[in-house]
Design a protein around this ligand. Structure first.
Ligand SMILES: [Zn+2]
Ligand SMILES: [Zn+2]
Length: 502
């Protein structure tokens, strides 16, 4: 998700738009809390460690968000409370009598992943928030076989007063807005189907010691906001910060019809982004998000990533051995349309990516080193059309199509086969521009070498002088995947699997 967002932002900037990449860390999830208890360390320390790891991973593949929001920051807490207040004032927060799971053995209310059981819809193992398998938001009174994950005892239900997001009241307007949106069809369908069957609204607060605490009204005093609302609102905290840096009003920017809000996420976040986040925008008079890029869980060797089973690879771990261009290209290639479960990572994908990039580099080098005369013909219209189709694909978040179009461009362009000694600068500049969002380092390196330091990736113009290129005097960037890396990967992921199936 991080990479797709980076590709999208780079593409938008290349197209001349002002684009900002905002992300953050949800520090109020129970994951951090449980881990901190286990390690006997303060929650803030564990959270900081995770954030450092995430940023290190992102840097290793040249992803640099403009704003990184920490949900434990005072500014975010204030912002979350302000959004909640605005929803109250707009009449979309009801105080209802509800129920919350309670552990009589530990004498405490339980929430999020501290309660586990089975999904009432698909029977998969799930926590008390959201079923990762089918995407259902789970109400505490419907969770089957509810247990306290810390002590293992069965849980009971206790009556509480809680804030509920009045989605039934919003349903018609939200359904209309989603119907008119550009969201991919399966995502629209799921959201609208849920709205049609919703009679209860979504709980927004509960008794829990960890998170953004409500002070008003009295019935809710001391409860905290559900992280699925408050944590996701970090995008809005980020918008405020970015707008403040640019001396803009965040409110009018978010209302501006030319502003587009695009979310990138894994499938487990789909429900609350499409219903909770979109609903909370619409209820306050803002447009709903322009689009969502939702990715199924990535798998290694056919199995979901899992850090607890050591069935996971970190980007920075791979980037120490594998060139970051290769890694970015391989990871971008894994992204598939939502709902197909096709996001497969394996070492073969890395090897293929490395040889793919190498073919491009070899062709560029050979063409440049052969060049004797300038080819002054205009860019062929077939290539122009491909560039337009590429732009459409990225706008519509079809990254897989955009990458296929790059391959098509390479097949159709002259430079891959031409040995006439001609040099068509426009054809090369456009090819490097198509590569730029996915493999920026490679694109910029060749672009500036061929066309001078002023070269910028662009679809419309060659932003530098077109003369004959200098001979290439630097090594290929896309080095092959080291054999010791492949061997240790196989040892770690494939051998163990083979043993399991024997
Ligand atoms: Zn307990
Ligand atoms: Zn389920």
């Amino acid at each position: 998700m991080y990479l797709l967002a980076d590709i999208f932002v780079r593409f938008q900037r290349m197209a001349g738009h002002r684009a900002h990449y905002i992300t953050g860390a949800d520090e109020h999830g129970t994951y951090t809390l449980v881990k901190a208890r286990k390690l006997g360390q303060p929650v803030s320390e564990v959270a900081q460690k995770h954030i450092d790891e995430i940023l290190q991973c992102l840097r290793s593949v040249h992803i640099t968000p403009d704003v990184f929001v920490r949900t434990s920051s005072e500014v975010h807490k204030d912002n979350a409370l302000a959004i909640f207040r605005e929803l109250q004032e707009a009449g979309y927060v009801q105080i209802h009598e509800g129920v919350q799971l309670y552990c009589e053995h530990c004498d405490e209310f339980v929430a999020d992943s501290l309660a586990a059981g089975n999904c009432p819809a698909c029977n998969s193992a799930t926590d008390s928030n959201l079923c990762e398998n089918c995407g259902l938001a789970i109400r505490h009174d419907t969770l089957c076989n509810a247990r306290h994950t810390t002590c293992g005892h069965n849980l009971v239900l206790r009556r509480i007063e809680q804030a509920v997001f009045d989605t039934p009241r919003l349903a018609r307007a939200l359904d209309t807005a989603i119907g008119q949106s550009a969201w991919p069809e399966p995502i629209r369908d799921k959201a609208r189907a849920w709205l049609a069957g919703d009679a209860h609204g979504l709980p927004m607060s509960r008794h829990f010691s960890h998170g953004v605490e409500l002070l008003h009204p009295d019935d809710l005093f001391g409860q905290t906001l559900l992280t699925w609302f408050e944590g996701l609102w970090c995008f809005e905290t980020g918008i405020r910060e970015q707008c403040a840096n640019d001396f803009l009003s965040a409110k009018s920017t978010m209302h501006d019809p030319s502003t587009r809000l695009v979310f990138f996420m894994g499938q487990d976040n789909r429900f609350y982004y499409t219903i909770g986040v979109s609903g909370a925008l619409l209820a306050r008079g803002y447009p709903i998000p322009t689009n969502h890029s939702i990715q199924d869980f990535y798998k290694i060797e056919g199995e979901k990533f899992s850090t607890s089973r050591d069935h996971a690879l970190w980007a920075d771990e791979v980037a120490r051995e594998v060139d970051s261009n290769v890694l970015r290209y391989a990871l971008a290639r894994i992204a598939r349309p939502f709902g197909r479960g096709e996001n497969e990572f394996d070492v073969d994908g890395l090897v293929t990516a490395a040889s793919h990039l190498r073919i491009w580099e070899d062709a560029l080098r050979q063409y440049a080193n052969n060049a004797k005369t300038l080819d002054t013909r205009r860019l062929r219209s077939r290539l122009r059309i491909l560039a337009q189709r590429y732009a459409d694909a990225i706008e519509e978040l079809r990254f897989w199509d955009a990458l296929d179009i790059v391959d098509r461009y390479f097949e159709l362009a002259d430079f891959a086969r031409d040995d006439s000694g001609l040099w068509n600068a426009m054809e090369i500049s456009l090819f490097l521009s198509l590569l730029y969002p996915v493999v920026p380092e490679l694109s910029i390196r060749y672009g500036r070498h061929f066309f001078g330091a002023a070269w910028q990736p662009s679809f419309n113009k060659l932003a530098a002088k077109a003369g004959l290129p200098p001979r290439i005097d630097f090594p290929c960037l896309s080095a092959a995947v080291p054999t010791h890396f492949i061997a240790s990967y196989n040892e770690r992921f494939r051998k163990r699997q083979a043993e399991q199936y024997q």
